[in-house]
Design a protein around this ligand. Structure first.
Ligand code: AMP
Length: 621
């Protein structure tokens, strides 16, 4: 019997889809070519709003189109259905106060919604959402229509809520192979089941809910140790803090209009836009326009200001983390891995506070909106008889890096690094008062950028003028599980940043990868020399400019022989940097220049020391 069951699951022609059936949004993913893929409509947001609109006549509308009716038809537009799954009236009194649609109870004590004289159970409504998600998924699968699904539910769902989810899938004509916990799915997406044992904290801050789960892994099997959270805390509350700021200024101006639902919705969307921008930039424009009222309002909001507004909300999530840790009987340092889920975990202050709380960097490499569906797809793949070996061995076949001054490459993510992965390196400016830096992202093993494959270019501008070498530009390479590389450069003092997204493996065949590797072996010696040459020339440039900057002042204080020696060394180094191709000659010129600058360095050090000692008695030193 067991064998037969396994055999049925094990049909590779019949894959299993993973579905994240969410309170606000739902989405599906499938495991293919060694990794999970989100099934998104062409060039569209992957998520389908978990919203259903019932027009007066005709079929119900599900998803984005339904959401557009939220304000015009509040009584026939259903959302947050997940909150009512498997619950009776008494369980959800608080939630019911917040939804604008009529609800009653069946004779069995189950909830039902009354719409246009007909009743619908939460299961029937969830079935409509599942059908839509399944439809959209199948459109991306070239004619395959897998009926078998893995569906995720919150870790705290009880048996009745899980059964209601199964029933919804059945009504949708789907075969639920397994129901899994959302935090388990998120951990699977990060491959944490590959760890023999450990403890994982999954911090999930979405639009309207917050959940934290503490999981243990034993021999690759997850067990929920504790859960906590707040069913009414999320990104909407972060938006509300900005809305309040705006209303304080706007109320005297707009009077009763401030209570108008369309006005409030517009303001909320403007606040959300500003919040999202602040996850990317150190400041943002909070811009709100009501053309009909001739109203234009805007305010500059800095990230610090926003962080001060939302700090109490973030602290509330940490209180829940504290409770979960106490329930699990663990100290914060017992957590080995932290996984972030939900769009609101993109807020930098959230990431920072979570890191401070657990004392470890959380995983942020995967899209926090998609990670649960991805994990469900991984579980589906395992249940369909697939192995995780491919995922485990998923590595980047070629190094990824940047062209540095002089044309050499700085490899940031080395070939054969397991993905997802990320790496950060610091860079600085080459010239005085340089206010912009050009970044050229390259792929390959060769030492000169010109011999590597060019992936893209971007510019970071807005660096404040300062002497060469003083600016600190941190460049982060983030390679996600889908092989998408995001390069972000950030100037530390101002927070100015730029980023670019590229697909390193796009258009590359295995044979081309092989050729690129072979070329790097064939040219290993000359590449080494070429890179050394490029770096030596850059170094000479920096030394010559630094020396020239101090020579005007120092010339009179150095003896004529030293000055002549230095001038000659500079000229020789410059000549070498300009046209010489022999590494040994350039190396010698660089070393000569270093030697010739020693008296100048001593003189400058002397000056600095004198300045430091001025006005101090010997015994103070
Ligand atoms: P979810 O329920 O996981 O889809 O999360 C939706 C919430 O994430 C909403 O409140 C969004 O405003 C929020 N969100 C999405 N992207 C960002 C971002 N880049 N920065 C801050 N919040 C975001």
């Amino acid at each position: 019997m067991a064998f037969l069951e396994l055999n049925v699951l094990n049909n590779p022609q019949d894959p299993i889809i993973g579905i994240d059936l969410g309170t606000t949004n739902s989405l599906a993913a499938i495991f293919r070519d060694g990794r999970p893929h989100i099934l998104r409509p062409h060039q569209q947001d992957s998520r389908i709003p978990s919203v259903i609109h019932f027009p007066k006549s005709g079929n119900p509308i599900v998803g984005r189109a339904a959401r557009e009716h939220a304000y015009s038809h509040p009584g026939t537009n259903l959302f947050s259905v997940k909150r009512f799954m498997g619950r009776g009236l008494a369980d959800v009194k608080g939630d019911l106060a917040e939804v604008p649609f009529p609800v009653s109870e069946t004779e069995h004590g189950l909830l039902q919604f009354d719409i246009h004289g007909k009743t619908y159970t939460p299961q029937e409504l969830s079935a409509l959402i599942l059908m839509r998600v399944h439809d959209v998924a199948c459109q991306q699968l070239d004619g395959i229509m897998p009926q078998r699904v893995v569906i995720t539910v919150p870790a705290y769902f009880d048996d009745a809520q899980r059964q209601a989810t199964r029933d919804a899938a059945k009504l949708a004509g789907l075969d639920v192979v397994r129901i899994i916990n959302e935090p388990t799915a998120a951990s699977l997406a990060y491959g944490l089941d590959q760890k023999k044992d450990g403890t994982v904290a999954v911090y999930d801050l979405g639009g309207g809910t917050f959940d934290v789960s503490i999981l243990s892994i034993e021999e690759g099997v997850f067990r929920v140790l504790a859960t906590s959270g707040d069913t009414h805390l999320g990104g909407d509350d972060l938006d509300r803090t900005l809305v309040e700021v705006a209303l304080e200024e706007l109320r005297p101006q707009v009077g009763e209009l401030a209570e108008d639902p369309a006005f409030q919705q517009g303001l909320r969307l403007a606040a959300e836009k500003c919040k999202i921008e602040l996850s990317r930039a150190p400041e943002a424009d909070f811009h709100f326009v009501v053309p009909e009222r001739n109203l234009t309002w805007h305010k500059h909001v800095s990230r610090e200001e926003f962080e001060a507004l939302v700090a109490p909300l973030i602290e509330r999530t940490l209180d829940a983390c504290r409770r979960a840790m106490a329930d699990a009987g663990l100290h914060n340092d017992a957590i080995d891995e932290i996984v972030l889920v939900g769009g609101s975990t993109r807020v930098p202050a959230v990431q920072r506070r979570v890191e401070e709380f657990f004392g470890k960097k959380p995983h942020t490499e995967l899209n926090p909106d998609e990670v649960v569906a991805m994990g469900a797809a991984v579980q589906g793949h395992i249940l369909a008889g697939g192995t995780r070996d491919i995922l485990l061995m998923d590595v980047t076949p070629l190094s990824l890096g940047l062209e540095t001054m002089g044309g050499a490459t700085a490899k940031i993510i080395l070939r054969n690094s397991p993905i997802p992965c990320q790496q950060t390196e610091g860079f600085t400016t080459y010239a005085d008062n340089q206010t912009g830096v050009d970044f050229h992202i390259v792929q390959g093993e060769r030492e000169l950028a010109a011999d590597c494959r060019s992936l893209g270019k971007m510019k970071l501008s807005g660096i404040p003028p300062m002497p060469a070498g003083m600016a600190r530009v941190m460049v982060r390479f983030q390679l996600d599980a889908n092989g998408v590389l995001i390069v972000t450069a950030k100037e530390e003092s101002t927070g100015t940043q730029a980023s670019i997204e590229v697909q390193p493996m796009h258009g590359l065949t295995d044979d081309q990868v092989e050729e690129m590797l072979q070329a790097s072996f064939d040219h290993a010696r000359e590449d080494f020399d070429a890179s050394l040459l490029a770096n030596l020339k850059t170094e000479i440039g920096t030394m010559v400019r630094a020396t020239a900057a101090h020579m005007d002042d120092a010339r009179d204080r150095l003896d004529p022989e030293t000055v002549a020696d230095l001038d000659e060394a500079i000229a020789a180094a410059q000549r070498a940097a300009d046209g010489e191709t022999d590494v040994k000659v350039v190396q010698r010129a660089r070393d000569e220049l270093e030697r010739a600058t020693l008296p100048l360095a001593a003189l400058l050090m002397d000056g600095v020391a004198k300045q430091a000692l001025t006005g101090k008695s010997l015994d103070e030193v």
